[in-house]
Write a protein of this length. Sequence first.
Length: 424
Amino acid sequence: MKALAETRISVESSPDGGTLYRFPTRPKARGFGIFATLFGLAFTGFAVFWVSGSLQSLISPGKNASPIGRVFDVVFVVFSLPFFAVGLGVLAAGFAMLLGRSSVRVTRDQLIATDHLLLLRYRRRQPLDAIRKLEVNVGTSSTNGGPKKPMEGFAVLSAETDELAQAKAAKRKPTGGFRAVLRSVIAWGYPRDWLRPLADELAEHCNAESHRALVADDGDAPVGVIETVGSDDPDTDEAGQPYVPTRPIDATADVTELHPGLSIKLPARGIRKAGKGTFGFAVMWLGFMAVFTTIGGPGFFSANPGFWPAVGITAFIALFWAIGLGLLLSALNAGKRRGVIDAIGDTLLVTKQSLFKPKQFEWTADQLDDVRLGPTGTTVNDRPINCLLVTPKQGKPVKLFAERDDDELRWLAALLRRELRLPS
């Protein structure tokens, strides 16, 4: 492992008697930054093009503009605002990866992390005596749903406070929600072998006698540093056995121990829970299309007379109706999906039933490479959707039960790995 002096992080004394750690721009994030910037520009540009007609009608209404048409233009502009927000957010992330850098300042009683982007600053403060541990998390990537590979050049250094630790143990949101998690980030997008020596040095600051971390049940327990890869669990528990997390509080799976093996019944979760936002988005989409078709449709046809223009307009509107109906059908299918997983001896048998024809999969343990929580490759509201990812040694990975919660899928995957004696 590199020493801090061997990295490109500069160490200075700050005017208040503390220590300042200055980072350069993120050396391994430029590829991500270029992609995010181009995608953000394209997405924002499309949103501008999409709404430009309605904006022009609102700014310079014609003499024959109808009140109903102006109402439609307002609705169209308001509906387009989330698309602008997504495009600008991706664009900002791209600029942050290309041009941004981090700095960390440690005073007598605080750790102050700052993200710099040109003249912009975003600061996050943590009292030193509230920090329980420091974590260096290495990002992961996978191709076509295959096994995850660590990205050593893209890691995140964060601080776990008493509040975050208690919320994690109780499986609840921390006070402050996502902002509390965001405040825990010290530096992101830098190589692991830069962040680990920095974490060790920051732990020494936290463990100094003047501000030793006071942790419940442990008295003056020192702040430690851990390294994790992605969101994977440890391989073994404290007894050296294959690690299986505790059953999540909201898990609905019915697990029956057999001799040998186990049988897991997965009941349907319902549309709202299983859809993971898809149902609400589909309803919003179809509602917009109903307004668009009712108010804007006649205007499009009257402004473009003729057979072929009418065919083109009809096909255009029908395409967007089909997208909305497809999303709604997907949410209904996920809400009705149920399944049975049997791990008997060295055989894994999975049966899933939904609105359509039931599907069944069967493998022996020696045909499998891995079973764990993995990505589907789909996101809803910027949230990645995960699944029970079964990876055979030959053939493509099989993605199952994406409608269920991540914690439940992680627990089930660990049960199956232990039962089938697969490596953790």
